[in-house]
Design a protein around this ligand. Sequence first.
Ligand code: IPE
Length: 269
Amino acid sequence: MDELVVLKLGGGLITEKSELCTLKPGVINKLAKLISKLTGSGYRIILVHGAGSFGHLKAKKWNLHEGYIEGFKPDDNDEFSKQSEVVESVRNDMMLLNERVVNSLQSFGIQTKSFPPHEWATGVGRNFSGNISIFENNDEYIPVTFGDVVNCNDGTVFGILSGDDICYRIATEMGANHMIFAMGGAPGLMTKPPSMPDSKLIRIWSGDMEFDGEHVSNIDVTGGIYLKLDCAKLIALEVPNVWIVDGEQPTRILEAILSGDTIGTKIIT
Ligand code: IPE
């Protein structure tokens, strides 16, 4: 068996999204254990993680998602004096988050190799430039990458490349068998914002079903659930088993992969 699984760990799953650079170590460890089970069962894995509070908060405050703006300053002061310093700072924060994820995997005996996007990718959105063949799986390690601040050649100078767009490229170009978006705070795609009491899980989503998503635009500089769904429906055209599941319940990730059935949202075309 050498089926390929692309697993995206959402930033809201592995970090406390509203508290700057705060991890959820217990969740990260549970997920690392799950990944060790999958590799032990012979699955090849490519891991992509999001940013959560290691990326969105500073990026939003300094408008990094809109690219270089001459003389830009936020309304309230912090330790930075210009956007280029924040670009460096967010890249460093992302490297730190990546190190914590990778350390947890290593504690379960998993070898990894990290590929920070600011070193291999240019441009944002699904059509970013970058050589996806660096993820060609190798029996010795799990390749790991993440959402990042990347350089752009279109005059914006820099921008935010989401892990969801990276998943689209990896899953479609590398012929993945499974694409699992693990997120926090909900069992899958919901009919209404998950905080509403009458919100219900959508078990199967085909791209034309209505839903009322919650996009926390004061925190999120990528597209939240909308970007995830855009990517997921395009991935489902080529990848047979595409899911959005609650990553705080790792057994659901396992079930989705092993049996193609679990509590979560299966994305179909
Ligand atoms: C965002 O990446 C990257 C930065 C803000 C630097 P993602 O779009 O993959 O992150 P999450 O999953 O929403 O946190």
